[in-house]
Design a protein. Sequence first.
Length: 131
Amino acid sequence: GARYAILKQPRALIQIGLMGSYTNKEYVAANFENFDNKGDSIIEGFFVSPVLNSNFMLVRERLFFNFLFWYQQDVTESQNWRFNLETALLMPIYKGLNLKVSLNNFYEHINLVGAKANDTFLTYGLNYKFR
C-alpha cells in the first residue's frame, strides 16, 4: 500500500492511504448469514482498502493519541467487506518503547449464522516503533 501525509506538523500527523490485499479465510462451518458461498467454508477475497491514520501529541513528548481507520471492500464480491477503527493512547517509556492502551472496533459483514458481526475490545501493553 501507499500513504500520503495530508497534514504534517510537529504535534500532528494525518495520513490517507490505499492498500491492496488478498485473504483466504476458512470458517468452522459454511452456514453464513445473508451470504451464499455454495456450501464452501472458505471465503477468498481481493481487497482494496482506503486508510485514515493520525497521530497527535497531547502532552509534549509524554502522551500521544493515535487514530486508525480502514475499510476493506472485496473487488470480486460486493457483500464481502469489513472495517476497523482503533483509537489509542501511547506514553513513551524509552527510545521507541511505549505503553499503549487502545480501543478497537472491528466489523465484518460476512459471518456464520448466530455469530456477532461486531467486535469491540480494549487492549493494553507495550508497543515498539522501529525508527
